[in-house]
Design a protein around this ligand. Structure first.
Ligand SMILES: Nc1ncnc2c1ncn2[C@@H]1O[C@H](COP(=O)(O)OP(=O)(O)OP(=O)(O)O)[C@@H](O)[C@H]1O
Length: 345
């Protein structure tokens, strides 16, 4: 039970939207396609669904080429950003859709609909009109509808991005649990890092039609393959460093990078949280700007006595909300391992 893409390319006229992609999704695994807008992730998902015909390469399921298999015979479930529910059917009618297509008996359908609604947290919603549900509830119904016929693969295209932030975070956690509980094999498209990392066993970072890196979320986050992937994952600056025994030494001081990083030259990717306020920190500077966030304060700091050409003249830093320094104040900073990624030199 696995999906295997080999050298898949998709073109729209002269535009190559997806370029020679290799990717596998194994039984029960959730893989996220993560990338900026326009990088080709929806197109790739549509090619897997059978909605686009690849210009090259193969899409296999269990070793069988799907090229001649139409969308409705692939046995895949689809969920899009805006749910695309049938407005004239009630919740039960929507969830039962795939089961009715397969001519399952009414009693079995009703039981399965009840099960699914329970699973997505909408028990008892059978007779509700879908037009009277909130956006989050509608997406739960869309999910229940896709899961009802027990698809061998679930394809999700930005399933949460039409929802507001708080709801999105909650639903991402619920969705991750749901996919695990039902051992669903899934490929999910998203441009949101948090969503990808919450949902996926492996993340595939896509840029300009190509997959640039595939790996477990933590690995991709901590060890981006190159500068482009690092930039997409929030590393605003790169800093040369040298690793010895799990500690990287740089012009901004030392930081633990873990025993898994071999000794030698590297680049450190600095996220906005890479430097934090510390009384005896080795880095000195002056606050230029202060911005309050929900649970911390972001500072823009002009560095004082670092004049290596590889070091940016201003850096982002994090301060606690209480007594955060104001613009003009002198501060000392230290590197924080949680905000630092490690890239090849
Ligand atoms: N039907 C189409 N005809 C022509 N070009 C298209 C078509 N659909 C997509 N494209 C182009 O293919 C490229 C990839 O688009 P795609 O929608 O797959 O990207 P995406 O990563 O999913 O972006 P988004 O998150 O914004 O949907 C883009 O350059 C887009 O303009």
């Amino acid at each position: 039970m696995s999906l295997e893409l080999r050298g898949v390319s998709v073109r729209y006229g002269s535009v190559t939207a997806v370029s020679e992609v290799d990717l596998s999704v194994t039984d029960g695994e959730v893989v996220a396609l993560l990338g900026p807008s326009g990088c080709g992730k929806s197109t790739l998902l549509r090619a897997v669904a059978g909605l686009e015909r690849p210009a090259g390469g193969r899409v296999d399921w269990d070793g069988v080429d799907l090229a001649g298999v139409p969308v409705h015979r692939r046995g895949f479930g689809l969920v899009f950003q805006d749910g695309q529910l049938f407005p004239h059917r009630d919740v039960a009618g929507n969830v039962a859709f795939g089961l009715r297509m397969r001519r399952e008996p009414a009693a079995d359908r009703a039981r399965r609909v009840g099960e699914l609604l329970e699973l997505v947290g909408l028990a008892g919603y059978e007779r509700r009109r879908v037009t009277e549900l909130s956006g989050g509830e509608q997406q739960r119904v869309a999910l229940a509808r896709a899961l009802a016929p027990r698809p061998r693969l679930l394809l999700l295209d930005e399933p949460l991005s039409a929802l507001d932030r708080a709801l999105r975070e909650q639903l991402a956690v619920d969705l991750a649990r749901l996919l695990r509980e039902t051992s669903t094999t899934a490929l999910v498209v998203t441009h949101d890092h948090d969503e990808a990392f919450t949902l996926a066993d492996r993340v595939a970072v896509m840029q300009r039609g190509r997959i640039r890196q595939v790996g477990p979320p933590e690995r991709v986050w901590r060890r981006p393959a190159d500068a482009d992937v690092a930039a997409f994952l929030g590393c605003a600056a790169l800093l040369p460093a040298r690793v010895r025994a799990g500690v990287a030494d740089s012009a901004l001081g030392a930081v633990e990078v873990g025993a898994g990083v071999p000794d030698g030259p590297v680049r450190l990717g600095l996220r906005a949280t890479a430097l934090r306020l510390a009384e005896a920190g080795p880095v000195r500077g002056e606050v230029v700007q202060r911005v309050h966030r929900r649970d911390h304060v972001r500072l823009l700091v002009r560095l004082s006595d670092v004049d290596a050409p590889s070091v940016p003249s201003t850096v982002d830093a994090v301060a606690p909300v209480v007594d955060a320094p104001a613009p003009g104040q002198r501060v000392r900073l230290v590197l924080d391992a949680d905000g630092v990624a490690v890239l090849p030199a």
